[in-house]
Design a protein around this ligand. Structure first.
Ligand code: DSN
Length: 421
């Protein structure tokens, strides 16, 4: 994109935009929650829909002039329901965290208990980390992995905790967990203790939509929340999906508006509709499958080089590697040296990490964004080799310069396609 109008009007913002364009073009994005959207999605984001207030829902708004907002919101809802095989969707949440918070307020009373995955074992802040405001209102209890080396969840412990704590909601979902969950077990435990069962599929939404991961709705989950900008490759935003209960969607809709949000961001909803349209195409299914192949190719290199991975490897799009334990490089330093060669990852705590969150033992990385750039297994494996080489030679400036050159060449050879498909 050229940003001609901004260039003429605001040099400072223009410079930052151009810098980010260059960074994304010349480097490799491996943060597993990031991706590149199509130009069509960016057109919708920058469209006239940003001008419009439309509190309410299609056909029931509080302001006039809704002929076209109703069209795009309904398209987004219908396409979301088709993608995830469910009856209802609310596409207004501004992102994943507000979607989760709205769900708690919609379905729980203050003081009610939620059972979710421990943050240090892969869960998310909004699943009840003590630093979040929601813990002042709701009570969060935890389940963990039984075996950190295989990633197996301790379902016996989950049942025990569920029987003891009597949660109203059981939450399956994660932001740093690399294996598939046993959704049938979650549903069985939920039914046994009378809890609703919810999946936060933010990280794997695109894999589910593209048929490369199981859909929790097939196991009987009641509802799911997600972001739309990770593997799903849409604009930054959130969404709540309900399998079949009219009562649940009515409560969710009320919690989003007027409960917690005002006017929906209609430019964003238009962009969600465009992205969901892309995700319904056969080429998107191919993309989702390729993410898994590329992540597996990276896993093989890490295994071969003796770098420990939490869960022993990956069954999805992401890898959590214990770089401190295996290479003697802390997560913060690994993030920094990889940045120096043009590879972006994030430092991440590993299960029961003895180190601090700002300098943990691990890094988290994955394949969604490089797969959008049409990287194949061999390319992904080479990137993994270069990552390990960089960390092993973290103090060798010449070596890092050579690696940076190879990364830049790889990146320039595979630009983000203008049109997906
Ligand atoms: N920040 C997101 C991630 O990187 O996984 C989750 O909120």
């Amino acid at each position: 994109m050229e940003y001609k109008k901004i260039q003429g009007q605001d040099e400072e913002v223009y410079e930052a935009l151009i810098g980010e364009e260059r960074r994304e073009r010349e480097g490799l994005e491996l943060i597993p929650s990031e991706n590149y959207v199509s130009l069509a999605v960016r057109e919708a984001l920058g469209s006239v829909f940003t001008n419009k207030y439309s509190e309410g829902y299609p056909g029931k708004r509080y302001y006039g002039g809704q002929d076209y907002t109703d069209v795009v919101e309904q398209l987004a809802i219908d396409r979301a329901c088709k993608l995830f095989n469910c009856k209802y969707a609310n596409v207004q949440p501004l992102s994943g965290a507000p979607a989760n918070v709205a769900t708690y307020f919609a379905l729980l009373e203050p003081g009610d208990t939620v059972l979710g995955m421990d943050l240090s074992h892969g869960g998310h802040l909004t699943h009840g980390h003590p630093v979040t405001e929601i813990t002042k209102v709701f009570n969060f209890v935890r389940y963990k992995m039984k075996d950190v080396e295989t990633g197996e969840i301790d379902y016996d412990e989950m049942l025990e905790v569920a029987k003891r704590e009597k949660p109203k909601l059981i939450l399956a979902g994660f932001s740093a967990y690399s294996r598939e969950l046993d959704y049938e077990k979650f549903v069985a435990i939920g039914r046994e203790v009378g809890a609703l069962v919810m999946a936060d599929i933010a990280h794997i939404a695109g894999l589910i939509a593209g048929g490369a991961a199981k859909n929790p709705f097939d196991a009987g989950f009641d509802l799911m929340t997600t972001t739309t900008h990770k593997t799903l490759r849409g604009p930054r935003g959130g969404m709540i999906l309900v399998r079949e209960s009219e009562e649940i969607i009515a409560k969710i809709n009320k919690a989003i508006f007027p409960g917690l949000q005002g006017g929906p961001h209609m430019n964003n909803i238009a962009a969600k509709a465009v992205a969901f349209g892309e995700a319904l195409t056969p080429s998107y299914r191919k993309y989702a499958g390729q993410i898994l192949k590329n992540a597996k190719a990276m896993e093989e290199v890490f295994k071969r080089e003796g770098v420990r991975m939490i869960g022993g490897g990956t069954s999805n799009h992401l890898i959590l590697a214990d770089v401190f334990g295996s290479l003697g490089v802390g997560g913060a330093e690994a993030e920094k040296v990889l940045d120096e060669v043009g590879i972006t990852v994030n430092k991440n705590v590993i299960a029961d990490d003895p180190r601090k969150p700002m300098d943990p033992s691990g890094i988290r990385f994955g394949a969604p964004a490089i797969t959008t750039r049409r990287f194949e297994k061999e390319d992904a494996a080479r990137v993994a080799e270069l990552m390990i080489e960089t960390m092993r030679n973290k103090d060798d400036a010449k070596k890092k310069e050579e690696i940076r050159e190879e990364i830049t060449t790889l990146a320039l050879e595979k630009p983000v396609p203008e049109v997906f498909g």
